[in-house]
Design a protein around this ligand. Structure first.
Ligand SMILES: CC(C)(COP(=O)(O)OP(=O)(O)OC[C@H]1O[C@@H](n2cnc3c(N)ncnc32)[C@H](O)[C@@H]1OP(=O)(O)O)[C@@H](O)C(=O)NCCC(=O)NCCS
Length: 290
């Protein structure tokens, strides 16, 4: 009779777990490993660091394709819940998952609920420019854009300050964030070029836009405005900067996303006639309610 065993991964097993769960690299992760007749069947990573609100440790499960739909994922999840009970308020899915995906179905089958929903839009550069350029012109005319504001690329920006700002907004911890940012800043090539822009106010970071090219489309992965620079100018300036970069280079399409409750971006999507191309979600499991 074949058997599946699930337990905490030993040091020698961590590389195999990381091969299944590369998203957990550079994070303070604990790994669980599932074996089927002694062979690797799957793994789970729990990032030992509370994240977002409500508080919770991010986690991801990966089961080898040949071993799926046999309860291995559920076993790994049950073990992860047991391991973190009393240590964290809950568990978050590590990455946003498409709402209609097997991953979302699995998380919900394991008792996770949809906690944050993101809308992904795609708009033509021309339409986006039609919404942003007049806004920036109006802000300039009213003197709302500080004279010392300037936009630089990520590689020219003070990386540690950018790392803290991005990590405070999205979680994941400053070390993992900094590692990801450094990798991003050195990315080159036609389809993966980094487009990230940082708005500086004097020497201070006022806003960060993380962006990249994806097969001819400019993708905005994240936008953050520093708490003391909130208002409309910094966000408008960073969008304007990416348009000024992309339009002269023939980039026709831009992709961006936001949570359900970010009215400015939802309204921008409406104003530039953007198409909604996907919906993703972050899922949460409350341990206290377990
Ligand atoms: C998602 C994943 C971890 C599921 O692992 P698994 O071992 O197949 O899951 P289980 O057999 O324990 O399934 C538990 C329940 O989840 C749901 N589920 C799992 N896979 C599903 C799928 N492909 N489609 C729909 N529902 C699914 C079902 O309700 C299932 O119960 P059932 O088989 O009794 O109907 C696996 O498909 C995988 O590794 N995918 C790639 C990585 C990933 O997407 N991870 C999820 C993010 S945490």
């Amino acid at each position: 009779m074949s058997t599946v065993s699930v337990g905490l991964a030993g040091e020698a097993e961590v590389p195999a777990c990381l091969a299944l769960l590369p998203e957990a690299r550079h994070s303070p992760a604990e790994f669980l490993i599932a074996r089927h007749d002694g062979r690797l069947a799957g793994a789970a990573a729990v990032i030992w660091q509370s994240w977002a609100k409500p508080g919770g440790f991010p986690l991801r499960v990966h089961v080898m394709p040949a071993m799926r739909r046999q309860g291995v994922g559920r076993r790994l999840m049950a073990e992860a819940v047991g391991m973190t009970a009393g240590e964290a308020e809950g568990l978050w899915s590590l990455e946003p998952e498409p709402l209609e995906s097997p991953a979302a179905a699995f998380l919900q089958a394991c008792g996770f609920g949809l906690a944050r929903r993101q809308h992904h839009f795609q708009a033509s550069g021309e339409a986006l420019d039609g919404a942003i350029a007049p806004l920036v012109a109006r802000l300039r005319a009213r003197g709302r854009i500080p004279a010392e504001a300037r936009v630089v690329s990520l590689s020219e920006a003070p990386m540690e300050e950018v790392g803290w700002l991005v990590s405070a907004e999205f979680g994941g911890g400053p070390f993992r964030t900094l590692h990801n940012l450094r990798q991003r800043a050195t990315r080159q090539g036609v389809s993966t070029e980094d487009l990230s822009q940082v708005v500086l106010l004097g020497t201070k970071v006022a806003a960060v836009l993380l962006g990249r090219m994806d097969h001819g489309v400019a993708v905005i992965d994240a936008r953050v405005v520093a708490p003391d620079a909130r208002g409309d100018w910094a966000g408008a300036l960073q969008l304007d900067a990416i348009l000024r970069w992309g339009l002269p280079r023939g980039v026709r399409e831009f992709r961006f996303h936001c949570d359900d409750d970010v009215r400015d971006t939802l309204s921008l999507a409406r104003r530039c006639n953007a198409r909604e191309v996907a919906k993703t979600g972050l899922f949460y499991y409350a341990l206290s309610a377990a």
